[in-house]
Write a protein that binds this ligand. Sequence first.
Ligand code: GDP
Length: 508
Amino acid sequence: MALSNLASEISRRRTFAIISHPDAGKTTLTERLLRAGGAIQLAGNVRAKGERRRTRSDWMGIERDRGISVVTSVMTFEYGGCIFNLLDTPGHEDFSEDTYRTLTAVDSAVMVIDAAKGIEARTLKLFEICRLRDIPIITFVNKMDREAQDPFALMEEVSQALALDTAPATWPIGRASNFVGTYDLRAREVHVSVPLEQSDPRMIALGEELELVQAALPEWNRESFDAGHLTPVYFGSAMREIGVTDLLDALVSFGPQPRAQATDGRVVQADEPTMTALIFKIQANMDPNHRDRMAFARVCSGQLTRGMRVKHVRSGKQFALHTPQFFFARDRQLAEEAYAGDVVGIPNHGTLRIGDTLTEGEELRFTGVPHFAPEILRRVRLDDAMKAKKLRQALQELAEEGVVQLFRPQDGSPPIVGVVGTLQLDVLQARLAGEYGVGIGFESTPFSLARWVDGDKLRLANFVATNRTAMADDLDGDPVFLASSAFMMRRTAEMNAELRFVDIKQIG
Ligand code: GDP
């Protein structure tokens, strides 16, 4: 493919996530975005909640039951000449590791805020992850059709809570039940759902407020936005479909294009001619009828074509991409070609793991996909001893997917699972029962902390040998030290100062 063509395909990719506190309106906004981008596939309701209709993106029973999103999925749609890849992040904080990995695969984030509540705990946490990675953020103040805080106060709150400049991009016209639209500050256009006379009190109020806006609030600045220092603020109501196209138009006009990505060797530019991709998510049994295992790959550079043979860098083996797939709201489709920025699903039987790199032959590994040390450790108790083999395989698969972390004690005792939040244990139990027919319970372990141990080979071997009853291997066979308390962990680290005890492991 001609390079100019490649560059133009890549420049129209917009890959983003929505971050928000539960109930701020992420699901509703997602649905509206997909509906506005009707060209590829129409959305029904994205996710069932209460009485809402169930859809196929609603993969897991547990998600349905709890009304929370615990799977990360991708939805591709087209709008304004751009191809959007919207990555869904789990809403519950127990899935922060999954969320973190998803955010490694996006180029920008839309932060949805409830206009009455302002910045909430979960929003703040997700924002901090974005800041660590310098991901530019667009703010959408939702639910302006209800009683809301004053927009000036909201702007101030966002700016204070996040230590971020806020520049209004639109301004609300009318408030609460009289909210009818937005004024686009740069285009100087009124976008309203019903025609308004200039003499309408809402227009008069708008005129007065705009004077204040111009006098008091920072102006839009592209460089500050790209660097993650400034967020443009949009006002709207996802439910009443006000302000949604403002947001999409913003992503089209200045939403960041696919970014360069760091590897262990060099920085990979998105418009390089050869293809590279990063696996950031594994999802097993997405479709109960097919029992498949999907690796989600973000194409980081070049063009991916169906049937191409790629190098799987971790194993050094060739891997043929026979059936890469795009995901839409309610369907999937073979991806004949995909470009840097796109996210495709690659069905496989366990070869691909989180953090893996695919290239056209080059020996490089993308960095920045982490494992966090678990905060809760549990031993798995099997209900039916005849199912030990099945359990072993299921745990391996679910750990590869990132549902839990798996530690195999070196003294041969039963496996230990590690999680960041207890909801992950519920998900593990439900999925073992539902997808593998294996009933389990959990037992406490003598351990409460896990750290990866790293250092000089000989010293490490020595340490492992003398602490065998507290040593385990993780999924990759890397040594993990298990401690009964924070005190023990500190003491051990002090007594072995030449070794490193780390709580974040970089994979890939
Ligand atoms: P999520 O938990 O962030 O995905 O939030 P949802 O999209 O499920 O929305 C939570 C609740 O707020 C639901 O009852 C929605 O109908 C409601 N909601 C979402 N957007 C709006 C809005 O713009 N205005 C109003 N009044 N309600 C909204």
